[in-house]
Ligand binder design. Sequence first.
Ligand SMILES: [Ca+2]
Length: 90
Amino acid sequence: MTKTQYVWSPVYVNALIERDRDADNDSVTGTNGLEERLYAIHDANYNVTALINTSGNVVERYVYDPYGVARCSTGRLVQAIKEFKLSRNS
Ligand SMILES: [Ca+2]
C-alpha cells in the first residue's frame, strides 16, 4: 500500500517537485488515498529548503550546513532524498 508518493524532476539528480502523502492513514480519502500535497522549494544547489502546501504556506523548512548536509535530518523528506541518492548511486 502506497503511503507517500514523490515526483522528481529530470533536470537534476535529486530535484524534488512535490510529495503526496496519506496524511490521515485512510486509503479511501484523497486521490488514491493521498490527500496532502506539498511542493518543494530549492536553493541554487537543489537542496530542498522548504515545503509549501497548496495554499502557498510553508509547512516544513530545511537548513543545510556549508557541505550540503541537512541539519534537520529527522524529517521524512530528508530521509527520502538520502534514500533516493543512494538508489541512484548503487
Ligand atoms: Ca488518505
